[in-house]
Design a protein. Structure first.
Length: 184
């Protein structure tokens, strides 16, 4: 990829890449310069895409400078667009997308946040579940209750952090953190 794409001009209507772009930011040999590799890749991508086509490239930058370098190289070649970040507050669910277009007036779409995805899913009737946060029950001696745990403030704070991570969390109500009545 760092030496160019071996396709005829105007071959593709769109381009999608997952985690391939970030490898151009590293130099595997002494003569490889990341900026030159990126410029060669974007210029060949510009050549093989048809006019009006779009490209979406998912990548995981190590630093902010790496993301800026990638977007600057794409802009120098002639692409319009920008970087879209889904779930910017999450550490595990955060994804960076470089959305490119030939149209100069093209504006990159807004990234997903915890509220936007859940509200869209609820409107369409889709139930969004958490991803693998199931923990087995603890067997043996019960442990002492820590101070401050299971208070209303703690529960509201915990729910807010879960929302920032993109999890499906019940909305707060007047019944939040109330003890349930004992059943027979």
């Amino acid at each position: 990829m760092g030496t160019g794409l071996p396709f005829r001009p105007a071959t593709f209507d769109a381009c999608i890449s997952i985690s391939a772009l970030q490898w151009l930011c590293y130099s595997n040999a002494k003569g490889q310069i990341p900026k030159k590799r990126l410029m060669r890749f974007f210029s060949s991508l510009y050549r093989v895409l048809r006019r009006g086509a779009r490209a979406v490239l998912q990548f995981y930058p190590e630093t902010a400078e790496q993301a800026i370098l990638i977007s600057e190289c794409a802009a120098k070649v002639g692409f319009a667009g920008g970087i879209v970040v889904d779930y910017p507050n999450s550490t595990k669910a955060k994804k960076h997308y470089l959305v490119l277009s030939f149209d100069r007036s093209y504006k990159a779409p807004a990234g997903l946040t915890e509220g936007s995805l859940l509200s869209e899913a609820r409107q369409s009737g889709v139930r969004v579940d958490g991803t693998g946060d199931k923990k087995g029950g603890r067997k043996g001696k019960p442990h002492k209750k820590k101070k401050g745990m299971k208070t209303k403030e703690w529960i509201v704070q915990k729910k807010e952090t879960q929302r920032k991570k993109g999890k499906d969390v019940r909305p707060d109500s007047k019944y939040t953190a109330r003890k349930r009545p004992t059943r027979f």
